[in-house]
Design a binder for this molecule. Structure first.
Ligand SMILES: NC(=O)c1ccc[n+]([C@@H]2O[C@H](COP(=O)([O-])OP(=O)(O)OC[C@H]3O[C@@H](n4cnc5c(N)ncnc54)[C@H](O)[C@@H]3O)[C@@H](O)[C@H]2O)c1
Length: 336
């Protein structure tokens, strides 16, 4: 039995805490809000995030940073990506020789760092860092529906250790050293999911969605490979796998926000209506900056940025994607 803390009592943090608890571990779920911790402790439910789910009796709740950080075999960062650095800085005084896994998805706007890089930046040599990613909606994981993810870290021992803790008959875990590829796939799929939602909101059909998914993974792959990732990762669970689920699923908040924008709402209105952090909006800007930094063309991501931040009309953006220069699908065509 391992002693594990999960930071962030949102949908994903709570679902993973339930999973780890069911796997027989001692699990502490930390929330930055005292009132949320008290409610969880009192009701054994996280009704606003996972309606109808009864949380295990053994789950421990706290808002104390010291309690959540001390003596843990593993700490899971499940706060929204925008809160990762701040949370890490608050935990820093208590983190020594610690194994950490982040499950958040997003790129920091001003530094262009991925989640694992932020944790390494804050904790330096005091932590070994990994990521967990893949097609995994919290709502399905708590219902023990078959889910397959990947854990990545430069440290093989951390991968194997975390794989052992998370894996069970309904939750299968692969491991990989390609943390960068995993994180780029996980972050940029939210931007493409916004576009897929916009296509739905505009009333387009399956053809448009399939085109966005396939050309979207091409963009993500081009950028990720330029940043040193493996193409296999982008063809894997955290790449095409997560992109498909996010572009298709009714659970995806990024897709939902995209639908509202496609139907005519402005970005802020759509975010307010979804009432959750729409990480794709922040990752869109960062992705565009990364494309410029690495000299990679990202046409769909460019158009999403124009819609979100320059008031472009989604219908015009579709037209401008359709009217791009004629191209070959293969980068080095060989007609012989
Ligand atoms: N929900 C999923 O199914 C799912 C699956 C895979 C990955 N993720 C990723 O996990 C991360 C968390 O997602 P979620 O769905 O649980 O989010 P959520 O919106 O359901 O909840 C986020 C929780 O984080 C906490 N929080 C909010 N602001 C905070 C702050 N400033 N400091 C500390 N804690 C704060 C709150 O307790 C809040 O309930 C995201 O990066 C998301 O992309 C989510």
């Amino acid at each position: 039995m391992a002693n594990i803390s999960v930071l962030g009592a949102g949908s994903w943090g709570t679902a993973l805490a339930v999973l780890l608890c069911k796997n027989g571990h001692k699990v502490t779920l930390w929330s930055y809000r005292n009132d949320q911790t008290e409610e969880l402790r009192r009701t054994h439910k996280n009704e606003s995030k996972l309606p109808g789910v009864l949380l295990p009796e053994k789950l421990i709740y706290t808002s104390s940073i010291e309690e959540a950080a001390t003596g843990k075999d593993l700490i899971v960062f499940a706060v929204p990506s925008k809160a990762t650095r701040k949370t890490a800085l608050n935990f820093k005084p208590f983190i020594h020789n610690q194994k950490i896994i982040t499950v958040a998805k997003g790129i920091e706007e001003d530094t262009l760092m991925l989640q694992g890089e932020i944790l390494e930046d804050v904790f330096k040599d005091e932590a070994t860092v990994g990521v967990l990613s893949g097609p995994s909606h919290a709502e399905e994981v708590v219902l023990l529906q078959p889910t397959v993810v990947v854990i990545g870290s430069k440290d093989r021992n951390l991968c194997v250790f975390a794989q052992e803790l998370f894996m069970n008959d309904s939750f299968r875990v692969y491991i990989s050293p390609d943390i960068r590829g995993i994180e780029i796939g996980g972050s940029l799929k939210n931007v493409i999911a916004l576009a897929a939602g916009m296509a739905d909101g505009l009333g387009f059909g399956d053809n448009a969605k399939a085109a966005l998914i396939t050309r979207g993974i091409k963009e993500i792959s081009n950028l990720a490979i330029a940043m040193g990732a493996s193409s296999e990762t982008l063809a894997g669970l955290s790449g095409i796998g997560d992109l498909i689920v996010t572009c298709e699923s009714r659970h995806s908040r990024n897709r939902r926000a995209g639908v509202l924008i496609g139907q005519g709402m402005k970005m802020q209105e759509a975010m307010d209506k979804v009432a959750m952090i729409v990480e794709g909006v922040y990752s869109a800007k960062a992705a565009k900056a990364l494309g410029e930094k690495y000299g990679i063309e990202l046409p769909i991501i460019e158009e999403v940025n124009r819609i979100l931040f320059c008031d472009a009309d989604p219908r015009e953006s579709v037209l401008s994607l359709m009217k791009r220069d004629k191209k070959s699908e293969i980068s080095a065509p060989d007609w012989d």
